[in-house]
Write a protein that binds this ligand. Sequence first.
Ligand SMILES: [Zn+2]
Length: 383
Amino acid sequence: MKTLPLFPVTTVGSWPRPPALLDAQRQLRRGRIDRALFDGVADEAVTDLIRLQEQVGCDLITDGELRRDNFYSFLAQKLDGVRLMTLAEMLDVVEDKVGFERLLQTLDVPAYSISNPTCVGRIVRREPLALDDLRFMRRHTQRAVKVTLPGPYLLTRAMFVAEVTRAVYPTKEDLAEDVVSMLREEVLALAAEGADFVQLDEPVLSELAFAPGRTRTFMCAALAARKDPAEELEFAVTLINRVVSGVTGVRLGVHVCRGNWSRDETTLLRGNYQPLAPYLERLHAAQLVLEYATERAGDLLKFENKELGLGVVNPRTDTVETSDEIRRAIERALRLYAPDQIFLNPDCGFGTFSSRPMNSTEIAVAKLQAISTAARELRGQHS
Ligand SMILES: [Zn+2]
């Protein structure tokens, strides 16, 4: 792992896709261009983004998930046994059609814009999920590199659509077994290949804490949670720990947020981390990457034996936080965490769904710039 300065600046993952890449994604989906041509366009976009992050002052570089359609559906291309189903197709197969339709109505996402990676056969890791992306990044930057992956709980929830999955995996727990081994294999490969940071995204955890029994999420996955929230959280901790336990040579992080699919803050979940704390503290991950710029996340909590990836800018607003505001947020965190326990990041990605980014590149850059200015100022005082 490369040495990082105090208050390392990084992103949570997704970044707005440039127009040429969006176009290539569309062409690829329609079969008008081949994979190699798409990769050429994506390589250029990722290289540009790496340069941009270096210029802005990011210490831990990501590829912005630019090659992915969204943060988890890309798995359909990498795994056997997974098929992307549109919401219309889902509506055809689910038994609870009324409930499902009600779910769609509460969403602030055009239904056609999402496809769910659904498990329709035995899960086999046909090709690595992000290993090639890591190799590409390492060829194009000397800085430390972060790789993001959907977490095992999110994936199990998303992929298990009882009506079509049950024939292969009778229960969600059965599916989880193969999801865990597939992800563990990937994390081990990323560590061996020199990733500095691997982040597992588990946004649905907040739904268990803040909307138990409600299916107000951007994923059809919500249909698969019928158990007691405490039992589900316990299940999630077990899965994550089985993926990462004993993995060395790489910093592991888990990202949790309250939804990042809408700019309408009232449709997103609200509540502080207290109900999640006993579970998050038990994760075998060095760092929790958490949103704190939005007031919906409540007061800062001290998580024992954890580094904090402190969310200091809101990816869904046009107003750019000032470096003074960010510095004050870091100073508040310094009352609970040592300087070398704090990483700086936006609350979540800037471009969750490729067709529907949460912000423009210009604003995203300005926000990162503000973070890196604040980091530079504070490094002087704390080194
Ligand atoms: Zn997030």
